[in-house]
Design a protein around this ligand. Structure first.
Ligand code: DON
Length: 557
């Protein structure tokens, strides 16, 4: 390995040269909605860099895919600056309001009150997305925030035709949205679930975006918009205060980096569990001679590594500003060796045989992801959320801002599952100002010849999806293939493999049963992955959007 290093250095030198030849080259954007991708392309063509485009796509997707994310929510923006070579994660995750407390969703008997952390204003954390886009635009952008927000404001004012995705998710959240008069007036067609083709206009949201465009952070977190938001929340029984908004701050985090064979993986840091869980899985896989395994054994081992990595999530992870998470130990070689050695190739390890913890199981079908590479090699991988489809379903009157229900990502009570079936422990208990644990995993992948920007929504399945995307990328798969590949998932508890149609052959299903696995066909697909890939040698870009969704990938040559 050592002898190869001079060669590696020469290769690195050439790849830098080739990267700079990319300076005059291509760029790509892939997101969950054609209009959001178009906004990103518009900004790149105007001279904006990937960070400007990310701001434009974030705001546009908030308008055109209101079920998934929005300025009433938060997210993580993983960013690579081609000039400095640095990676950072902008943490715009929601925080618990100052009046929040660990038992706020429990009744007098100490039982969880159903839906209180999911529906209505009490479910909403303090939004981070407006602060994040203001920060990204002012610190890393070439264009002004107003220029970057222009496409979103246009879409909000002029309206656009909703699609089947909107209709399907609104059917799911119809009753909750109906309960908020301001939300119903905006998102429903005379109280009914809109048909595809119905035009959604959001003039109040356009006004709030304008205030943000002109005043930056203060346009949302202080002054008239903040007062209207807080008034609406309090009137409806929520606990937000003006101080909660004024005190909100983005955090700039060092991403999690892990070397998997010849691939560097850079992903989300806490308060997202994504980077750590993926690293724990990859560190185990790196110790297995995968080449010697047949397809079935390969899938079995993958499932067993997921089981162990997700167990660590349940046991240890929460907002590292509030709790001590043993990151170095979890990423250490000894931990990987211990986990890997506990895997039997011939049979499944029942999760009950692993040291017990309270645990997790989501069934998410919303949130959003986009990927961007610009012609200078800057990159943004962003996963954004308001949690459940259409978040809390609540809009403070006069704002057009649909609030998140991210408070449900905290553990309301140890051992009691949230909407995704997640049960947590002390590390993820509610505390004022604390960020709730996430699974969102915006990621960069890099091998000797290619770089990928990748991510997806999908609740706790996000991490296993990105893991499988990373392994497919490592094996040389195209962008199209990576986003299309059928997915499997195991998250420790419930102790079963979930799988998409076509993920296993009939024979493999039988063989997995024989090994002792429980199998749970989902019957339908999940996730909405978007990736942009740069070929270092040719400077070419390929981009792909998940065929399961309504997204679009575009490349500028
Ligand atoms: O941050 C999280 O992990 C969740 N709020 C993400 C939710 C999600 O992806 C919903 N469904 N696809």
């Amino acid at each position: 390995m050592k002898a190869a290093q001079p060669v590696l250095r020469i290769l690195l030198f050439f790849s830098c040269l080739l990267l700079s030849s990319h300076a005059a080259g291509a760029a790509g954007v892939a997101s969950a909605h054609p209009l959001a991708t178009k906004a990103g392309i518009e900004i790149l063509e105007k001279g904006g860099n990937a960070f400007d485009a990310a701001v434009a796509v974030t705001a546009a997707i908030a308008v055109v895919e209101p079920s998934g994310s929005g300025i009433g929510g938060g997210g993580f923006w993983l960013m690579h600056d081609a000039f400095t070579g640095k990676n950072i994660m902008v943490d715009g995750r929601e925080t618990a309001p100052g009046k929040a407390h660990r038992d706020m969703y429990l009744d007098e008997a100490g039982e969880v009150i159903p839906n209180l952390s999911v529906d209505g204003p009490l479910a909403a954390g303090i939004p981070g997305e407006p602060a994040a886009i203001a920060w990204i635009s002012s610190v890393h952008g070439n264009l002004s925030l107003a220029e970057n927000l222009a496409p979103a404001i246009r879409y909000a004012e002029e309206g656009f035709a909703v699609g089947e995705h909107y209709q399907r998710l609104m059917q799911f959240r119809h009753e909750v949205v109906k309960a908020s008069p301001a939300a119903a007036a905006i998102f429903l067609d005379d109280g009914n679930v809109p048909e595809p083709g119905w035009i959604l206009r959001q003039p109040d949201l356009a006004k709030v975006l304008r205030a943000l465009a002109i005043e930056g952070f203060d346009g949302f977190y202080r002054g008239e918009v903040a007062e209207t938001l807080v008034h609406g929340v309090q009137e409806a029984g929520g606990i937000w205060t003006l101080e909660d908004l004024a005190d909100y701050r983005v955090r700039i985090r060092e991403p999690i980096e892990v070397q998997y064979r010849d691939m560097k993986v850079t992903s989300a840091a806490l308060p997202s569990s994504g980077g750590l869980v993926m690293a724990i899985a990859l560190n185990q896989l790196a110790k297995v001679e995968l080449d010697t395994l047949d397809e079935l054994a390969h899938k079995h081992v993958l499932v067993e590594t997921m089981r162990r990595a997700y167990r660590d999530r349940a046991a240890y992870m929460g907002d590292s500003d509030f709790v001590d998470v043993p990151i170095a130990r979890l990423l250490g070689d000894e931990h990987a060796t211990n986990l890997q050695q506990s895997i039997s190739i011939s049979k499944a390890t029942p999760s009950s045989d692993l040291e017990p913890v309270h645990q997790d199981n989501p069934k998410g079908s919303d949130t959003t992801h986009f990927s961007i590479i610009d012609n200078e090699g800057n990159r943004v991988s962003a996963t954004l959320s308001i949690n459940y489809p259409f978040g809390s379903g609540f809009v403070p009157p006069g704002t057009g801002v649909l609030l998140n229900d991210e408070m449900d990502d905290f553990s309301s009570k140890p051992g009691v599952p949230n909407v995704y079936g997640l049960v947590g422990n002390e590390a993820n208990a509610i505390a004022p100002g604390k960020r709730m644990l996430s699974s969102m995993s915006p990621t960069f992948l890099e091998t000797e010849d290619r770089i990928a920007v990748i991510g997806t929504p999908g609740g706790s399945r996000i991490i296993s999806m990105v893991l499988q995307g990373a392994l497919a990328f490592h094996a040389g798969a195209s962008a199209e293939k990576i986003v299309s590949k059928p997915r499997i998932h195991h998250q420790y508890l419930p102790d079963r493999i979930q799988y998409e149609p076509d993920a296993f052959t009939a024979k493999e299903i039988v063989q997995l049963y024989v090994k002792g696995h429980q199998l749970h066909p989902r019957g339908r697909t999940w996730g909405n992955m978007h990736t942009v890939i740069l070929n270092k040698a040719s400077g070419e870009i390929e981009a792909a959007s998940d065929p399961r969704g309504e997204g679009q990938a575009s490349v500028i040559e």
